[in-house]
Design a protein around this ligand. Structure first.
Ligand code: ATP
Ligand code: MG
Length: 395
C-alpha cells in the first residue's frame, strides 16, 4: 500500500473535448507550485495522483489549496491490485487504529469489467469491517466516517474524508486578462474571481506621483504578490498618470473629473491589453457603489473601448466583498491607509449621470492621445512572484 494524494477535478471533467489541454495546464500549475518538493504527478480517468515525499503531505495539501481547478483532495492509499482479498487486507490495516463508531462504504468502480458491482462491494467490505472491528455499526445516512473505495483498471484505492479545493478552472486555460488593480478592497477580489474561471492575470496600476506616494505603489505590489500565489506570477504594468490627471484637473469642469479620468484609464488599459494579448479587462466596479459606477456612468466610461470589460463584483455588496477579501488574504493590505490617484482628485459633486457628448466635448481641450502614447511608452513593468526560482530554470 502506498500513500498518495488523490485529486478530483469536478467541473473540469465536463469539458470533454478540451480535457487534455485542461489537464496539461493543471499539471503544469501543480508542478510550478510544488517544484521544490519533487512531487511526481500522474493522471488517469478523472483523477490525479501525486507521489509525495514522506513528511510533506500536509505541506503539499496546503499548497494545493491555492490552485484553481482542484475540487477535492485527499490522502489515499494505493493498492497494487484489484483483488477483493487484497483490498480487505489493506482495509484491515487502515481501520485498526482508527477510532469510529459508525461508518459506511462508498465504492466507485471505473473498471466496468470488474466481477462485482459497487453495491456488492459495499456489502462485502461492510461485513468485513463489522467482523474485524468491535462496537461499530453501519449508518448509511449520517456515518462518522465514510470509507471510499475506488477500483480502477489495475489498482485500487482506499481513502476517508476528502477536503475541498478551490474549484474553478486551472489558471491559464482561458487565456489572459488585464486586471485594473488599485489599492482598494474590490479590485484584488475581482482578480481572484476571474482567475477562478481559468483566466491568467496581468495587472495595470495608475499612479500619480507626487500626488500619490511610493507606499501606495508598494501596497499595490504587495496585493499583486498576494494574487500571484494563485497565478504563479503577475506582470504589473505601472502607468504614470500625473500629466494626464493634471491636464484633466486644469481643463475640465470638476464634476466630470472622475468620468474623464476613468475614460483615460480604460483607453490605456485597452491598449496595454492588445499589446499583451489580454482578451479582457477586469475591474472591481460594483453597480451603484460610487458616482462613477451608476449605470449611466458605466455607459459613458465603457463607451471608449471595444474590448470586453468584466466586472465580477458588479452585483456584490461591499460586505460580501470584504468577507471574501479576508478569506483570500488581501484585506489586511487593502485597508492600509495610502491614497491612490482617484481619491486625491475627487471633486465635491461628481456627476452621477454623465453625458457622452459632454465627455467628448471636454476631451477636445486636452491632447490626450499624446499623453496616452507617452504614458504607455514610458511605463514600468514589474514582475511579481512568490517564487525565487523560475519554473523554466528547473525544467
Ligand atoms: P477598489 O474598487 O479596488 O476597492 P476603489 O473602490 O477605491 O478601489 P474605485 O474608485 O471604486 O476604486 O474604482 C473602481 C475600479 O477601477 C477599481 O476596482 C479598479 O479596478 C479600478 N481602479 C481604480 N483606481 C485605479 C488605479 N489607480 N489603478 C488601476 N485601477 C484602478
Ligand atoms: Mg470600488
Amino acid at each position: 500500500m502506498e500513500k498518495k494524494i488523490i485529486l478530483k477535478y469536478g467541473e473540469l471533467s465536463t469539458k470533454k473535448d478540451n480535457i487534455g489541454l485542461f489537464l496539461k495546464i493543471l499539471k503544469k500549475n501543480i508542478a510550478f507550485n510544488l517544484m521544490e518538493e519533487q512531487v511526481k504527478i500522474e493522471y488517469d480517468n478523472g483523477r490525479m495522483f501525486l507521489t509525495v515525499p514522506e513528511n510533506y503531505f500536509n505541506h503539499v495539501l496546503n499548497k494545493l489549496k491555492t490552485i484553481f481547478g482542484i475540487h477535492e483532495m485527499v490522502i489515499g492509499y494505493e493498492i497494487n491490485s484489484i483483488e477483493i482479498d487484497s483490498i480487505e487486507e489493506s482495509l484491515k490495516e487502515l481501520i485498526e487504529n482508527k477510532d469510529f463508531h459508525t461508518f459506511k462504504i462508498e465504492t466507485k468502480r471505473s473498471n466496468k469489467n470488474y466481477p462485482f458491482k459497487s453495491p456488492e462491494i459495499n456489502q462485502r467490505l461492510g461485513s468485513y469491517v463489522l467482523k474485524k472491528k468491535e462496537n461499530v455499526k453501519v449508518d448509511v445516512h449520517d456515518p462518522e466516517i465514510t470509507i471510499h473505495v475506488e477500483i480502477r483498471l489495475q489498482k485500487s484505492y482506499l481513502y476517508f474524508e476528502t477536503e475541498k479545493g478551490l474549484g474553478g478552472y486551472p489558471v491559464g486555460t482561458l487565456g489572459k486578462g488585464l486586471l485594473m488593480l488599485s489599492g482598494g478592497i474590490d479590485s484584488p477580489i475581482a482578480g481572484y474571481l476571474t482567475m477562478k474561471r481559468g483566466v491568467k492575470l496581468e495587472a495595470i496600476y495608475f499612479e500619480s506621483p507626487p500626488h500619490t506616494s511610493l507606499e501606495a505603489k508598494k501596497k499595490v505590489e504587495e496585493l499583486a504578490r498576494k494574487l500571484s500565489l494563485y497565478n504563479q506570477e503577475i506582470k504589473l504594468h505601472v502607468i504614470k498618470f500625473t500629466d494626464i490627471q493634471e491636464a484633466i484637473y486644469k481643463n475640465i469642469p470638476h464634476e466630470y473629473l472622475i468620468t474623464i479620468m476613468r475614460r483615460m484609464m480604460y483607453r490605456i488599459a485597452e491598449k496595454i491589453s492588445r499589446q499583451e494579448n489580454c482578451k479582457i479587462i477586469i475591474n472591481g466596479e460594483s453597480i451603484g457603489q460610487v458616482a462613477s459606477q451608476t449605470l449611466t456612468s458605466m455607459n459613458a466610461i465603457n463607451s471608449v473601448v471595444t474590448i470586453p470589460v468584466i466586472r465580477p463584483l458588479a452585483c456584490f455588496d461591499k460586505l460580501e466583498i470584504i468577507e471574501l477579501a479576508k478569506k483570500v488574504g488581501t484585506y489586511e493590505t487593502s485597508i492600509l491607509p495610502f491614497e491612490d490617484c482617484c481619491t486625491i482628485f475627487v471633486p465635491e459633486h461628481p456627476v452621477i449621470n454623465p453625458e457622452i457628448v459632454k465627455c467628448e466635448e471636454y476631451e477636445t481641450k486636452i491632447p490626450y492621445e499624446t499623453f496616452i502614447q507617452e504614458a504607455i511608452k514610458n511605463h514600468e513593468i514589474i514582475k511579481i512572484s512568490t517564487k525565487e526560482k523560475k519554473f523554466e530554470d528547473i525544467l
